[in-house]
Design a protein around this ligand. Structure first.
Ligand SMILES: NC(=O)C1=CN([C@@H]2O[C@H](COP(=O)(O)OP(=O)(O)OC[C@H]3O[C@@H](n4cnc5c(N)ncnc54)[C@H](OP(=O)(O)O)[C@@H]3O)[C@@H](O)[C@H]2O)C=CC1
Ligand SMILES: O=C(O)C1=N[C@H](C(=O)O)C[C@H](O)C1
Length: 233
């Protein structure tokens, strides 16, 4: 496939290497907004910044270019993209985390939340740790994990960064140099602790997942998630 990389930072460069190794061609790599130039590509992969993602994705859909987005921190506008994609019969996948490991972790998190739902002695919290250049907090992955706990555990109605109220699931965000992405979910009582975590050792897993998603989306129309791509859960 001819791929456009919208955002040529840490993720854009990692995706480039993996896409080339799988026989794809990179026809555009940019760190600026593009418009009709995008039509040189078969598919676009957006890993940019929160303020740019909505425009980048809209431009692709308006030019009938299927688009994958891994950019976090723009989801207030997600439903607008879904509507645009339906209207234009476009193709779109967003994932807060494209790695296979995290998508398995998402399923474990839902199962654990269901099992813990009636056990009132346990306090739950989510901790995410990322590198110091990260622009958003909490991470998109932590938000996905929180939403899945809220849906599957009957104690919570919302989440909050550094929250400490009943029925509000607390998320803690730490920034430490060079950490690619760590997510810990802890259930703690007086007598014991149950913890599950996912620790990315590098960015390869995110990038491979994004390229696999692009290969899967090419030739389809509609709005999908990584659950559709990986057929898990
Ligand atoms: N879903 C997933 O699996 C993952 C998601 N992410 C997310 O991906 C995003 C990018 O992460 P990362 O690569 O680490 O960040 P980087 O800061 O390394 O890269 C972002 C790039 O986007 C560029 N950019 C700025 N404005 C635009 C624009 N209008 N159009 C296109 N590109 C633009 C920046 O350029 P400049 O530096 O010149 O401003 C920069 O090169 C983040 O939102 C992050 O949370 C990260 C890893 C995995
Ligand atoms: O910015 C990052 O680096 C990451 N962002 C994503 C997120 O916000 O969840 C995914 C991954 O954890 C790395």
């Amino acid at each position: 496939m001819k791929i456009a990389l919208l955002g040529y930072g840490k993720m854009g460069k990692t995706i480039e290497a993996i896409a080339l190794s799988r026989g794809h061609e990179i026809v555009i790599k940019t760190s600026e907004a593009l418009n009709s130039e995008i039509t040189a590509a078969d598919i676009a992969i957006d890993f940019s910044i929160p303020e740019a993602a909505f425009t980048n994705i809209s431009n692709c859909i308006n030019h009938n270019i299927p688009v994958i987005s891994g950019t976090t921190g723009w989801l207030d506008n997600y439903n607008k993209i879904v509507s645009l994609c339906e209207e234009k019969k476009g193709a779109f996948i967003y994932a807060s985390n494209f790695s296979l490991g995290v998508n398995i972790f998402f399923e474990l998190n839902k199962t654990l939340a269901k099992m813990m739902s009636s056990l009132k002695d346990y306090n739950v919290d989510i901790e995410e740790i990322h590198h110091t250049q990260k622009l958003d907090a909490p991470s998109g992955t932590a938000i996905s994990l929180a939403e899945d706990i809220i849906e599957n555990h009957n104690n919570f109605t919302s989440w909050k960064l550094d929250g400490n109220k009943d029925n509000v699931l607390p998320i803690t965000a730490k920034r430490i140099e060079n950490v690619p992405g760590t997510h810990n979910i802890t259930y703690k009582s007086e007598v014991d602790t149950i913890e599950i975590n996912h620790i990315a050792h590098n960015r390869q897993g995110f990038a491979l997942g994004a390229v696999i998603a692009a290969e899967w989306l090419h030739g389809k129309t509609g709005v999908y998630t990584m659950k559709d791509v990986l057929n898990i859960g």
